[in-house]
Ligand binder design. Sequence first.
Ligand SMILES: [Zn+2]
Length: 285
Amino acid sequence: MNYWARHISLAAIAVLLVGYAATTSANPVSERGERTTTVGQETVQRAIETVNKLVGADGPTLVPAWLKAAPAGMTRPQAKDAVFVYLVQSAPDSLKSPASVPRRCRCIFVRPEVAKRWTEDNSKGTGRLQLDEKNFLVFVLLHEVGHLAQSTRGVEFSELDQSMLNTERNAMKKAEEEADDFAAAVLRRTAKAATVSSTSLDANWVVNELSKMSWNMQAFRTLDEFGAFSIGKPSVFFDGDYTHPNLALRVLRVNDLIHSTDETRYLLEAFKEARERGRKSQQAQ
Ligand SMILES: [Zn+2]
């Protein structure tokens, strides 16, 4: 199917599904005592359109829950592959993740204020590259689709709390890695497609964004945290909680899954070795 035909058919599915949702579903955001927001609608919608193109038939179709469309005789079986994306209000300094799959809902919550702050914070500092919120969100959403495709729940992470720094392996962290694996596989397949298309170009923008994130995190570790590498400083190299692996480690891992070059492998292994140095020195204390 050519690009526009595919684009239009996805849009048509979305309109049908939204009509279905508007008439039959309660709002999972208010059900959880939270509020929806209109902040970031346009950016998240563009990210959703890209995710749907990249995932194609390998996963569900994401639908912006805020689109208002007339019901079009949607029946329940037709909607089984629709996943509604809700925009949830949060203070910019909230400790929530930019996106998550909430408990008991086959849906995704995006917190645009948190995503915006994350891209701003991670673009600041010496030697940093300006990150792009939309391309960052595409990766975040691909990760959440990975949770849905594997029926694992994307739990909220809490931000760095020094008392929770750890290198433990557990099932929650494994589920996070598997969701990253899904995102990496989609990006690798679409970015390296034999024929160039708007889909492969979109994928390459996201792959490029991941390289920028990796670069910025490397700048943080070597410029802001000079000396951290040699000792494997826990606040830099350990996991910030018991649910998610270290974000910089995740980005290095995803980059290596996508590119599989000597360089991406070296960066990943060097990070793991520093982490191991930190773990051993903590054990020895
Ligand atoms: Zn997750």
